[in-house]
Design a protein around this ligand. Structure first.
Ligand code: FAD
Ligand code: UDP
Length: 372
């Protein structure tokens, strides 16, 4: 029987493992961490009992019906709408920028039509094809809103001048001229009632899948017919062409009685505030909020990742993109290895896209097997 090795027990690895196991292949999944679910891992906070998203807050949102049905077949999802707030210069605003934000910020009571005209007059129409984050922001909302909500946050988050970042980063966010404050625009949105790790456990629960935790791929002695690798692409090649750069996050924990900030996510775009946001995890699970007397929140600080840090966000500046091209050629020529996931392809991927790509990678592999 063919034996396949999968590196990483995050969504990429788990979904591929399950798809191959369902088709009769024997699969070993290894992860260097002591738990499954990769960066989506959730666990009960020891002191308070609250379910925390250990590597940062995760809200599932997608338009992909197959992916939505897939995750729902492995765990119950509770509908959850992500409503983010921002503290700017000592006042609290609604995000993403919507009619409420505009009226709050400019101290007005404009209607949608009035606000559209107002923002049109502020926005930099002369920027035809915005190439950078900064150009996109100025064309999108004009100077005042750009500098209040985007410039400082982005400098802290990415550690570079927004003029050096691609416009695509800001294109993730909507601008609305109504009072809809749903942070996402997708058809389906929710949070698994027992957390993401229980969901990934369910995906991995199959008699043809063996999971080895606390196990590095590099320690394996056996030879496998094929490997799916969801670790960092450059680390597979021992960084011999150089290191792809990442941002990492540090979390500062706050525990106190009651409610800390009254909401799950509060962004802090002001440049002089050293953290980017505070997340208070009991608000991600309103259905169990009454059980807890205490609360736990985390201040989130972003910085350049060193060799020993957890890589969170691929930076993808020009120098990284050039290096990535060289590694991609190596990856293509590496026999019997498929590189997958956020780290294996060095791309910022949301969970739903990760799952879609994993299903596709497994299905392509199975099709090839039939041909052989
Ligand atoms: P990972 O989850 O990183 O899993 C890779 C695994 O491989 C890790 O567990 C690692 O330990 C293991 N590994 C690496 N190298 C080795 C090795 N050599 N040997 C053994 N094991 C190895 N997406 C959303 O849809 N909604 C959100 O709200 C959202 N919020 C996010 C917030 C933050 C702060 C971040 C950083 C990401 C967020 N995401 C969100 C994206 C989400 O985290 C990713 O889509 C998802 O984690 C990708 O899964 P993966 O399996 O590709 O990678
Ligand atoms: N952003 C910002 N201010 C905010 C929120 C986001 O400037 O209050 C910028 C920031 O550069 C971020 C990008 O918009 O990386 C995309 O926002 P999103 O919330 O999608 O960030 P992510 O999910 O990447 O943390």
């Amino acid at each position: 029987m063919k034996r396949i090795c999968i590196v990483g027990a995050g969504f990429s690895g788990a979904v591929i493992a399950r798809e191959l196991a369902e088709h009769g292949l024997k699969v070993l999944v290894v992860d260097q961490r002591p738990h499954v679910a990769g960066n989506c891992h959730t666990e009960r906070h020891e002191q308070t009992g609250i379910m925390v998203h250990k590597y940062g807050p995760h809200i599932f949102h997608t338009n992909d019906t197959e992916v939505w049905n897939y995750v729902n077949s492995h765990g119950d999802f509770i509908p959850y709408i992500n409503r983010v707030k921002a503290t700017v210069r000592g006042r609290v605003y609604s995000l993403p920028i919507n009619l409420h934000t505009i009226n709050q910020f400019f101290n007005t009571a404009m209607s949608p039509k009035e606000a559209i005209d107002f923002i049109k007059r502020k926005a930099h129409a002369e920027i035809e094809n915005p190439k950078s984050f900064k150009e996109q922001g100025l064309k999108f909302v004009g100077d005042e809103l750009y500098y209040a909500f985007f410039d400082g946050y982005t400098r802290k988050q990415w550690g570079v001048d927004p003029a050096d970042l691609p416009a695509s980063i800001l294109k993730r966010l909507p601008l609305r001229f109504n009072y809809d404050d749903n942070y996402f625009i997708h058809k389906y949105q929710g949070i698994p009632s027992n957390g993401y790790s229980a969901l990934v456990d369910s995906i991995l629960c199959h008699d043809k899948i063996e999971v080895r935790l606390n196990c590095k791929f590099e320690e394996l002695k056996e030879v496998y017919e094929h490997t799916f690798y969801s670790g960092p692409l450059d680390s597979y090649f021992k960084h011999d062409l150089g290191r792809l750069s990442y941002r990492t996050l540090d979390f500062e924990e706050i525990v106190e009685e009651g409610d800390f900030q009254g909401t799950a996510v509060m962004n802090y775009p002001d440049r002089h505030v050293p953290f980017t946001r505070i997340t208070e995890h009991k608000h991600f699970a309103p259905w169990e909020m009454q059980q807890f007397r205490h609360t736990v929140a985390f201040r989130e600080y972003s910085r350049a990742a060193d060799a020993c840090d957890i890589p969170y966000y691929p930076i993808r500046l020009l120098k990284d993109k050039n290096l990535l091209k060289l590694y991609e050629v190596r990856a293509k020529n590496e026999p019997n290895v498929t590189f997958v996931g956020r780290l294996g392809t060095y791309q910022y991927l949301d969970m739903d896209v990760t799952i879609r790509r994993a299903l596709d990678a497994a299905r392509d592999f199975l099709k090839e097997q039939v041909k052989i």
